[in-house]
Write a protein that binds this ligand. Structure first.
Ligand code: SF4
Length: 493
């Protein structure tokens, strides 16, 4: 996943020289669920770039003490969830190159699938890379390109890059947003105005500044990032489009490839926030309708419907609505523990679930439960939840999943790249039911997902469910995440 944010503020926008950094950080807070391994910010004061990044959650990396040094009206921000390269400081983003051809900082949401091929194109190869991510490689290729302008360099380099990339790129004068031709990952444009829009810069004897010159422009992975800073949604960055944000200008658009839309449907089912909108759809509403569909596809006699908090809540509400059964909270989540799925190691995931959920015994005891969740990846988390509910006295536990079974790995930015770790890749629904220890198990069908979204199949990537990969994946899947680190070992670097 990863979350990206960008901000360009005009000269008349507020007094503080760190306002762009502040807005980008606040916007990034709304995207924390997209990546919890590291966070970072890059700013430009019009002449030079400054980058600050570190491992950890956003509020531990970017706080008030850092802001005074992050001056400038242009900023990009990033929070990371690793899909290529390990969780070390060097792999935190934004990545950056300072001259000689151009200075840029890059924040990337997604995962490239031709990293090895791109490495062959980099003069000096691995020895030029200070880190082992596909983003570092892309940054080096863009910085090296002989084109006189960054946008021209993007138009030359991006057609050789394959996979998923929603990018925010900063140079001295611009913030640039890019979405790959499939638009696997979301990226939206927002508009922000200072409070008291009618205020002018006339107090120092100058002419009043027209309102348009007080407009700032933003980029965000999700619309929720715009909401949190009081901005309005303008439109999505289109698949295959470059959007250039500059002080005092409307966003400019350059197309580098025809659009072949394949937005990750899992963004709508699970990953993105329920208060975000994608494809014009409220994700809370979409998930509620998925729950109604699920109730129609997999009814069962029970006493109550409960979600696995928090991500199963909207679908559980829809299931209760569709089935006519009461909705209750039966598990309390410790909000200060990260999402188990997003942690980088299996051992951490195992530990996470036991410290994360606590059952409400009076709700559960003696009842036949329908437990709604949004996915089963390895099955171990669901197994532990079922065991937790049985220990709390549940009479029956019926698990319902508001997505189809994950049969295939994802190579486009979700960390399910190793097929052997996916329980549905090698087991039937009945075998999974037995493994998790539930009384019954039902998954929503692809048709059910599409009915709930009321959008055509062709707009989305469903590859992890049906194996229909929009972008071919060229080499051994299991090596993908650490491909550059393995190259370092292989070359003795
Ligand atoms: S393979 Fe699955 S998780 Fe990956 S982009 Fe496609 S739908 Fe999303």
């Amino acid at each position: 996943m990863c979350g990206v944010f960008g901000a360009v503020l005009p000269p008349g926008w507020g007094e503080s020289p760190v306002e762009a950094a502040r807005i980008a950080t606040l916007g990034l807070f709304a995207l924390q669920h997209r990546g919890q391994e590291s966070a970072g910010l890059a700013v430009s004061d019009g002449e030079q770039l400054m980058v600050y990044k570190d491992l950890g959650l956003i509020n531990s990396v970017l706080d008030e003490r850092r802001l005074p040094s992050l001056r400038g009206r242009l900023a990009i921000a990033h929070c990371r969830y690793s899909t290529t390269g390990s969780t070390v400081w060097e792999n935190a983003q934004p990545t950056f190159r300072l001259g000689p051809r151009r200075s840029i900082a890059v924040g990337h949401n997604g995962n490239l699938v031709n990293t090895r091929e791109l490495l062959d194109r980099l003069a000096g190869g691995l020895s030029r890379l200070p880190a082992t991510t596909d983003t570092e490689l892309l940054t080096a290729l863009l910085a090296d390109d002989p084109a006189s302008d960054l946008v021209e360099a993007l138009c030359r380099v991006l057609p050789t890059v394959r996979g998923a990339y929603s990018l925010v790129i900063l140079d001295e004068r611009r913030v640039v947003g890019v979405r790959d031709p499939h638009g696997f990952r979301p990226l939206v444009i927002g508009r922000i105005r200072p409070s008291g829009e009618a205020t002018t810069a006339g107090s120092a004897g100058r002419s009043p500044v027209p309102a348009d010159e007080l407009t700032g422009w933003l980029l965000s992975s999700e619309t929720a990032g715009l909401d949190i800073v009081g901005a309005e949604y303008v439109r999505d960055v289109e698949p295959g489009e470059i959007v250039i944000l500059e002080e005092g200008h409307e966003p400019r658009s350059v197309r580098f490839a025809p659009a072949q839309p394949a937005l990750c449907v899992f963004e709508l089912i699970y990953f993105a926030r329920p208060d975000s909108y994608m494809e014009g759809v409220s994700l809370y509403e979409a998930r509620r309708r998925m729950g109604i569909q699920l109730a129609a596809e997999h009814p069962v006699a029970a006493d109550l419907v409960m979600p696995v908090p928090d991500t199963g809540a909207a679908a559980a509400a829809g299931f209760a609505e569709g089935s006519g059964l009461p909705y209750r909270e039966g598990l309390v989540r410790n909000r200060y523990v990260g999402r188990t799925f997003i942690q980088p190691s299996q051992a951490m995931r195992h530990r996470g679930v036991t410290i994360k959920l606590n059952p409400l015994r009076d709700v559960i005891r003696g009842r036949r439960l329908i437990v709604v969740d949004d996915s089963i990846v390895r099955g171990t988390t669901t197994q532990q939840i079922v065991a937790l509910l049985r220990r709390a006295g549940a009479a029956e536990v019926h698990v319902r999943i508001s997505a189809p079974p994950i049969h295939h790995p994802c190579f486009y930015g979700i960390d399910t790249q190793i097929e052997t770790e996916l329980i549905a890749a090698h087991h039937s629904v009945e075998e999974i039911r037995a493994f998790i220890g539930a009384d019954s198990l039902g998954y929503l069908s692809i048709k059910g997902v599409l009915n709930a979204l009321d959008l055509p199949y062709e707009r989305f990537c469903f590859a992890c469910f049906d194996g229909n990969y929009p972008e071919p994946v060229p080499y051994d899947a299991a090596r993908r995440k650490f491909v550059l680190e393995e190259e370092v070992v292989a070359t003795g670097g």
